[in-house]
Design a binder for this molecule. Structure first.
Ligand code: IMP
Ligand code: MG
Length: 184
């Protein structure tokens, strides 16, 4: 059960097996779309670490490089601040590159829409997004996400890279957090 107390998780939304099967599907699509191209995967720290590790290892026909960016849109709580700041920028020069942003979750969509216009301005040949999870609120912001794992209800979730106050990232599944954890 990783670092979670069993009663911290209210219920499991997506099992390890469901996540793996979905990543197989996404990887097959990405492989077909980028076959024999050079693709730069841009992982958004820290939440996308698990998706990046698992998705990238399932790509069989795409030549992959990885880079990482850290932005902040949330504090330690569960609500969006609406403010995006670059904490760590990319090492790679994006000009002429095919870039695929790898995200853990799209909630308000604020982080992603900001990130897309920021990266697009650096002259990539193409820019797409792969996100593991999407919440309903994201529909309100116009962001074009080509590869989406699961649409989930508007609940706060943890696991598979997602944290609450830096905890629960190592859980192999995605689960909802029991209210008593954040009501304390
Ligand atoms: P957005 O800007 O509202 O789309 O928020 C995106 C970021 O907020 C994600 O990359 C996560 O780090 C964080 N986030 C949003 N919803 C959740 C959640 O349910 N659990 C954990 N982190 C979340
Ligand atoms: Mg977070």
């Amino acid at each position: 059960m990783g670092s979670a107390q069993p009663n911290d998780i209210d219920h499991i939304l997506l099992s390890e097996e469901e996540i793996a099967a979905k990543l197989d599907e996404l990887a097959a699509k990405i492989d077909a779309d980028y076959a024999d191209k050079d693709l730069l995967l841009v992982g958004v720290l820290k939440g996308a670490v698990m998706v990046m590790a698992d998705l990238s290892r399932k790509l069989q026909h795409t030549k992959v490089a990885m880079d990482w960016m850290a932005v902040s849109s949330y504090g330690s709580g569960t609500k969006s601040s609406g403010v995006v700041r670059i904490l760590k920028d990319l090492d790679a020069d994006l000009s002429g590159r095919h870039v695929l942003i790898v995200e853990d979750i799209i909630d308000s969509g604020l982080t992603l829409s900001w990130l897309m216009s920021n990266l697009r301005s650096r002259g990539c040949a193409s820019l797409e997004v792969a996100a593991m999870l999407r919440k309903p609120e994201a529909a309100k912001v116009k962001v074009d996400v080509k590869y989406i794992g699961f649409d989930i209800p508007n609940e706060f979730v943890v696991g598979y890279g997602l944290d609450y106050d830096e905890r629960y990232r190592s859980l192999p599944y995605v689960g909802t957090l029991a209210p008593h954890v954040y009501e304390n």
